[in-house]
Design a protein around this ligand. Structure first.
Ligand code: ADP
Ligand code: ZN
Length: 618
């Protein structure tokens, strides 16, 4: 049985006017318009857009423009809940079907679907694939299927979800209903898997630029990570919501405690926490203003919070894909945000060890090592980080100077590092390629440690030949040699550094080695990513927001959000608050012109907002 094919509604209003009246937005962004038109017309497609790019509208609008209900498959309950809350706020008939509903609640949703009373229905994949649900969908009028986070079908990817594999049933059972698959993971292999599994052969792909211009990338050398993190938050993101990623549960706990002691409201999140605690911490992060969550990578997927102002990494992720996805959780709302990472040689060794000790096949390990190498190269580059990132995803890095990463803002000095490189490589070679960086540096600077004497390394010709650099500088040299691929951190012997094929060229003096100077202190201190809350001026609009009014509006928003038990951003986005605080609308008409105020919000909050603006004086 297959649903009767749906089509654009006869009385269909045009996309732009729905965008405006329902979502309160003045225009489309990038490829949105093309995608909306394509899907509304009944076409299948694949949408690749970065986080914050505006994927939701690509299926929400066609759901409203076509006959029947749009079915959105989404992997995470929290995400579904918040999306539905946002849609209801905008006056869209939205609902969800997942394991959190009682039987009576599910039956009511099912009834509404069959009665044609729903515009958008979010369904968990495992739920959708039950015979009961497939049958139900067979009887309903379906506008489209949207498969969000479509990369979850990829077995090679980092978010693989077995239940996504079964989604191929959609194309088989409902061949005439348009399918739109959406993801922020762009690599070629994943793309192909999505197309194959979801039956999208021949359908167009809409690929948006993956640039996130509002995110400032910054990677600093690890010295005292907790102190560095604290300084970063205090100096640049006081009072902001942010995510701090660590590899281990213990480190998550320790970091959350340390931040809390420093007066920064921080909560832990990892798989070892009791589910209730975990859910509560996540809710507080989403619903309250300015909470920092310290988490393992288990946290974040499906977190739709638009006003995360920073993502900090205290440990190295395992690939550029993972780094980009995690940092991408900052600044969905387009406002200035930071992606900050502290990393050191030990991080490379640790990640290497995790790969070597994993149970994956040799092919899998080889791919993993390649991915790690690419990330280390990003961390050590002296060039624009954004260009590197975009280049990695196959996008042309146009200017090579983005003006919004640490290397562009304060370009590192480069010097000829051939001699230093040769000294280090020969030291590793002469000691048998069995030692880690620490010992090799001891030998080079001529330190008579117990180990140095034990192995007789004080008798070698390389002993003490590197005294012109200090330990910190040598560490920078080592990291760069690893990043350039002349050295490899081998984890068979704990972090032993081995020469690679290309090291020969360096030792012979045939290969140039330019090294970046280890900067003296913390860099990029001068330019704060954003000013304090309140005096931030939305970049698009010329006028600065009125700080006092913005604070009043925020307080009002928190109150409403608490009463209605929805996240604050579901009531109004930060950008909308700032828009109001800048424009100080005096009438409902003026208010309606502010991005984020659609018909329903105007109806619900219009009078109150105008009164707040008025009472805030001039
Ligand atoms: P994604 O799902 O791609 O991560 P969302 O759909 O959540 O992104 O959109 C991210 C943010 O961008 C939201 O705050 C949304 O309101 C905003 N947005 C999306 N499209 C537009 C648009 N055309 N004009 C203005 N803001 C938009
Ligand atoms: Zn740059």
């Amino acid at each position: 049985m297959s649903a009767p094919a749906s089509r654009p509604r006869d009385d269909a209003p045009d996309a732009l006017s729905v965008l405006n009246s329902v979502f309160g937005l003045p225009g489309f962004r990038g490829a949105q318009e093309q995608i909306v038109r394509h899907v509304t017309g009944g076409g299948n497609c694949l949408v690749l857009m970065p986080t914050g790019g505006g994927k939701s509208l690509c299926y929400q609008l066609p759901s409203l423009l076509r006959e029947g209900c749009g079915i959105v498959v989404s992997p995470l309950i929290a995400l579904m809940r918040d999306q539905v809350a946002g849609l209801l706020e905008a006056g869209v008939n939205a609902a969800v079907l997942n394991s959190t509903l009682t039987f009576a609640e599910s039956s009511e949703v099912e009834r509404r679907l069959l009665a044609g009373d729903l515009d958008v229905l979010y369904v968990a994949p495992e739920r959708l694939l039950t015979p009961r649900c497939l049958n139900l969908l067979g009887q309903a009028k379906i506008a489209l299927f949207a498969i969000d986070e479509a990369h979850c079908v990829s077995q090679w990817g980092h978010d693989f979800r077995p239940e996504y594999i079964g989604l191929s049933a959609i194309a088989e059972r409902f061949p005439d209903v348009p399918r739109i698959a959406l993801t922020a993971t762009a690599d070629e292999m994943t793309r192909k898997e999505i197309v194959a599994r979801l039956g999208l052969d021949g359908a167009p792909s809409f690929v948006a630029s993956f640039d996130r211009p509002n995110i400032r990338y910054e990677i600093v050398e690890k010295q005292n990570a907790p102190a560095q993190l604290k300084a970063f938050i205090e100096e640049r993101h006081a009072g902001d919501a942010g995510i701090v990623y660590c590899l281990s549960r213990a480190k998550v706990e320790d970091t959350a405690v340390a931040l809390t002691r420093a007066g920064i409201p921080a909560l832990p999140y990892h798989a070892g926490l009791e589910p209730g605690v975990r859910a509560r911490n996540q809710d507080r992060f989403i619903n309250e203003d300015g909470v920092v969550i310290v988490a393992t990578i288990a946290f974040g997927m499906g977190i739709d919070k638009p006003d995360v102002r920073f993502v900090a990494h205290l440990d190295l992720p395992k690939s550029i894909e993972a780094y980009y996805q995690e940092t991408g959780r900052a600044g969905r709302d387009g406002k200035p945000s930071s992606a900050w990472m502290t990393y050191g040689l030990s991080d490379i060794v640790q990640q290497r060890r995790m790969i070597d000790e994993s149970t994956g096949s040799d092919a899998f390990k080889r791919i993993s090592i390649g991915k790690l190498d690419a990330l280390v190269a990003l961390a050590e580059t002296a060039g624009c980080r954004r260009s590197r990132l975009l280049g990695y995803f196959g996008e042309d890095a146009t200017s090579g100077n983005c003006g919004n990463c640490d290397n562009c803002l304060s370009p590192p000095q480069l010097r000829d590092g051939k001699v230093a490189a040769q000294k280090f490589l020969s030291c590793a070679y002469r000691t048998g390629q069995r030692f880690g960086a620490m010992h090799l540096i001891d030998v080079l600077v001529g330190r008579l440690t117990e180990r140095v004497t034990q192995f007789g390394h004080d008798k070698l010709s390389v002993f003490g030949i590197g005294a012109e650099l200090n330990e910190k500088q040598w560490r920078a040299v080592v990291r760069q040699l690893v990043a350039m691929g002349h050295l490899q951190a081998d984890s068979e012997a704990f972090g032993a550094l081995k020469l690679t094929e290309s090291a020969r060229g360096v030792l012979k003096g045939e290969t140039e080695v330019m090294l970046r100077e280890a900067p003296a202190g913390t860099r990029v201190r001068a330019s704060r990513t954003r000013s304090r809350r309140g005096d931030l001026a939305p970049r698009a609009e010329g006028k600065p927001a009125d700080a006092g009014l913005a604070a009043t509006l925020r307080a009002w928003r928190s109150e409403i959000a608490r009463k209605r038990n929805v996240p604050a951003y579901v009531v109004l986005h930060d950008a909308t608050i700032d828009g109001i605080a800048a424009a100080r609308p005096a009438s409902l008409n003026d208010l309606r012109n502010i991005a984020g105020i659609g018909d329903k919000k105007l109806e619900h909050y219009g009078e109150e907002l105008i009164a707040l603006v008025r009472s805030a004086g001039t």
